[in-house]
Design a protein around this ligand. Structure first.
Ligand code: ZN
Ligand code: ZN
Length: 314
């Protein structure tokens, strides 16, 4: 499924089999997760993707010699810059991203630099494994950067929150879910996933929080989350794109509250999370679409109609 230009529908096309370059493997795609980032690329909210582009950066694929590999968003880094040499390859200026700078997994075949692929944990079927590769991984990085606080707020109950909630519960944290006002299905889902309270995202929880992770791409949630956290609390913005944050009184930040973003992933995040997921164990809830229905899957995600994660199957 090819994106010919931004703000256009994906097109089902026959394209040549991709040829692996040096260090790359050819993968037969068995499943590819659909991420909100894919929507930002399609909708033109992230500038300068490769075009035409095969989107998709949560690929579960099989190598020619029968190994099952996961391909994440981080597709290549320079390995030499200040970021790469200090354990922060997620910030590399020259990084190339799967399904953005590089063709991704909305296809029957993909190529990937093997150094950036992960073995997929046994015990996860292909479809259930796919959402671990971004929703899980970046969610895990966000959770780590939120600190060790016990009372955690989650804003937006999509693919990432549904995984992070399970990890956070296993760590013994108390969870508070924030959903769009009136979205009863999302509220029920948040409670099912172990939140002790779930309510409207513009409201306040029954007690102060130690940290909050904002998954929804809505800037007005940042001051809302700052209002909900206690002194010293951390608000982590987990998405790659967000609408503008409205101005807010300094009082909301005062008291050593912190606002920070999370960008991309390092390979270490991937190794840690994929080792942890089977121990929790994380169960992913997926809605499966045939590959040729990628536009339908993206539309459902845009309208907030996916429960858990959407996954494409070639
Ligand atoms: Zn993603
Ligand atoms: Zn670099």
């Amino acid at each position: 499924m090819v994106l010919p230009a931004q703000c256009a529908a994906l097109e089902l096309r026959d394209v040549p089999l991709p040829e692996p370059g040096p260090g790359q493997v050819l993968l037969r795609v068995r499943a590819c997760g659909v991420c909100r980032t894919d929507l930002h690329v399609v909708d033109g909210e992230l500038p300068h993707p490769k075009l035409p582009l095969v989107p998709g950066h949560q690929i579960v694929g099989e190598t020619e010699d029968g190994r099952r590999l996961g391909v994440p968003w981080l597709g290549w880094t320079c390995g030499r810059c200040r970021y790469c040499t200090s354990g922060r390859e997620n910030l590399c200026d020259e990084a190339r991203f799967t399904g953005y700078d590089l063709d991704g997994g909305y296809a029957e075949y993909a190529v990937a630099d093997e150094r950036f692929c992960f073995p997929v944990p046994d015990g996860y079927p292909d479809l259930q494994a796919a959402p671990l590769l971004c929703a899980g991984l970046i969610g895990y990085r966000s959770l780590r950067l939120a600190g060790d606080g016990e009372r955690l707020g989650l804003y937006g109950f999509g693919a990432s929150a549904h995984i992070v909630a399970q990890v956070a519960r296993a760590q013994g944290r108390r969870l508070f879910g924030f959903v769009r006002a009136g979205d009863e299905a999302a509220r029920a889902f948040a409670l099912e996933l172990g939140c002790e309270w779930a309510g409207a995202s513009d409201g306040l929880p029954p007690e102060e929080l130690d940290a909050a992770i904002v998954f929804a791409p809505a800037g007005e949630l940042v001051p809302a989350a700052l209002r909900a956290v206690a002194k010293g609390g951390v608000v982590v913005c987990a998405g790659i794109h967000m609408s503008d944050i409205p101005s807010f009184p300094y009082e909301l930040l005062w008291g050593e509250r912190v606002v920070r973003s999370v960008a991309n992933l390092t390979r270490r995040d991937g190794e840690e999370f994929l080792a942890l997921a089977p121990q929790v164990p994380v169960h992913t809830e997926v809605e499966v679409f045939p590959l040729e229905q990628a536009n339908e899957a993206l539309g459902r995600l845009r309208r907030g109609e996916i429960r858990g994660a959407a996954v494409l199957q070639p």
